[in-house]
Ligand binder design. Structure first.
Ligand SMILES: Cc1cc2nc3c(=O)[nH]c(=O)nc-3n(C[C@H](O)[C@H](O)[C@H](O)COP(=O)(O)OP(=O)(O)OC[C@H]3O[C@@H](n4cnc5c(N)ncnc54)[C@H](O)[C@@H]3O)c2cc1C
Length: 383
């Protein structure tokens, strides 16, 4: 079995936290509150998030004044990787903890910070991401949802798409155009906090390949946003989106999506694997550990206030490629005809079924591989 105790030295300082989150997760599993999922960080369970918040596992790096724990990003990393490795249903706090909360903390108004951050930290306030549009995914500067200035705020009109969990969250951070694109297309974009229970917003479901309802189309019609629910000044949205993507692209969620399948595969091939099985399983585990090293290095850079967006693009590119490889390798390594312990066979079959259907999305969400290669090439000065 793969043991996270064998870890980069910079994580060793947080063994106490690791043990604490493991105890929390073991109690959750013993109480039957969740069955380990394969696509863990989008599985939405408000009650789980409330308990995680009460245990101090959300908003860990934020100031105490806003409900945080004033921990380092590396300590948070330990909690996040344990949650993912256990298959915990983190979807109701994932986006808020990973990126919306940090954005509000860094650039939000005092009212937004006081009203929203403590609720996120308690696991009571869920966020989604309102960036992509029907004609604008990779090319975010082309967004057409616009906000027009009125007394005391802005009126938003337009449509967002692929908005994960929009039907369940309390608010989105929505990227809109607040002034026309000039010569520089990235100017004139702004991020806003848009609660989903306000008038003027309609959320419609989109079913994915596996039949699940996680995606949505979100339509804004004359939707009012008060001035103090803007994140930063009008027109500063692009810099924020790119900084936000460093958080979105570098974490353990970018290589642990198929983790349950990898551990199920290792159990399935058993203690006497043939040569191909041992070489391939060993290669996957070694690859995971190298990715973990890269990803923790970025957590360290974020801790020091850097904006490692190129490094994060690299981790996501390699990490999501790895996640997609796991089901392909698993399919080739396991001989269906070979008997095994029934529980182990069933867990492997179920994990493989789920991951096969989810895998195509691993390399799309958060920026496609082609776009990441462009970011990396630019960072290396090649374009
Ligand atoms: C599971 C999942 C969850 C998601 N959740 C959210 C969410 O919560 N909120 C949100 O806002 N969005 C979300 N998205 C949307 C996601 O960010 C977009 O799908 C992604 O950025 C790609 O945009 P697109 O779908 O419009 O594809 P397009 O941009 O139309 O791209 C189509 C193809 O063309 C390629 N391409 C495009 N431009 C270039 C270029 N310049 N050079 C080379 N190749 C290029 C792309 O790589 C891709 O292969 C999610 C997507 C998935 C799969």
């Amino acid at each position: 079995m793969i043991d996270f105790h064998q870890q980069p030295s910079d994580l060793r300082a947080f063994e106490g936290t690791r043990n604490r989150v493991r105890e929390f997760l073991a109690a959750e599993i013993a109480n039957g509150t969740f069955k380990p999922w394969q696509v863990t960080w989008t599985s939405f369970d408000r009650e789980f998030s409330r308990r995680a918040g009460a245990a101090g596992f959300i908003g860990m790096t934020w100031p105490r004044a806003f409900g945080g724990g004033e921990c380092s990003a590396l300590e948070r990393y330990v909690v996040v990787e344990e949650m993912l490795a256990a298959g915990a249903p983190c979807g109701a706090h994932w986006i808020a903890d990973r990126q919306s909360g940090p954005q509000i903390l860094a650039h939000g108004s005092e009212r937004a910070k006081r009203a929203i951050l403590p609720r996120i930290a308690r696991g009571e306030y869920a966020f989604g991401i309102g960036m992509s549009e029907p004609d604008s995914g990779s090319d975010l500067a082309a967004v057409r949802t616009r906000a027009d200035k009125v007394d005391g705020g802005w009126i938003v009109n337009g449509t967002k798409v692929w908005t994960t969990n929009a039907h369940q969250v309390d608010a989105l951070i929505t990227l809109v155009r607040t002034s026309p694109a000039g010569e520089r297309r990235h100017e004139g974009l702004t991020q806003m906090i848009t609660p989903t229970d306000a008038p003027g917003i309609t959320v419609r479901p989109i079913r994915d390949l596996s039949g699940h309802h996680e995606f949505n189309e979100v339509h804004f019609e004359n939707y009012f946003v008060p001035d103090d629910m803007l994140i930063g000044d009008p027109g500063t949205g692009w810099a924020m989106v790119t900084a936000e993507l460093a958080y979105e692209r570098s974490g353990p969620d970018r290589y642990l999506s198929a983790w349950q399948l990898l551990t199920a595969l290792i159990d399935r091939i058993g203690t006497r694997p043939d040569r191909l099985q041992s070489v391939q399983a060993g290669r996957l585990v070694a690859h995971a550990m190298a990715l973990r090293r890269m990803s923790t290095l970025i957590a360290g850079l974020l801790d020091r206030g850097a904006n490692p967006s190129v490094e994060a693009a690299l981790v996501k590119h390699v990490g999501t490629g790895f996640e997609r490889e796991i089901p392909e390798v698993a399919r080739l390594l396991v001989d269906d005809a070979r008997d095994g312990d029934r529980a182990i066979v069933e867990r492997f079959d179920e994990a493989l079924r789920q991951v096969l259907l989810a895998a195509p999305s691993f390399t799309l969400r958060g920026g496609t591989r082609e776009i990441l290669r462009g970011v990396i090439a630019r960072g290396l000065g090649l374009r």
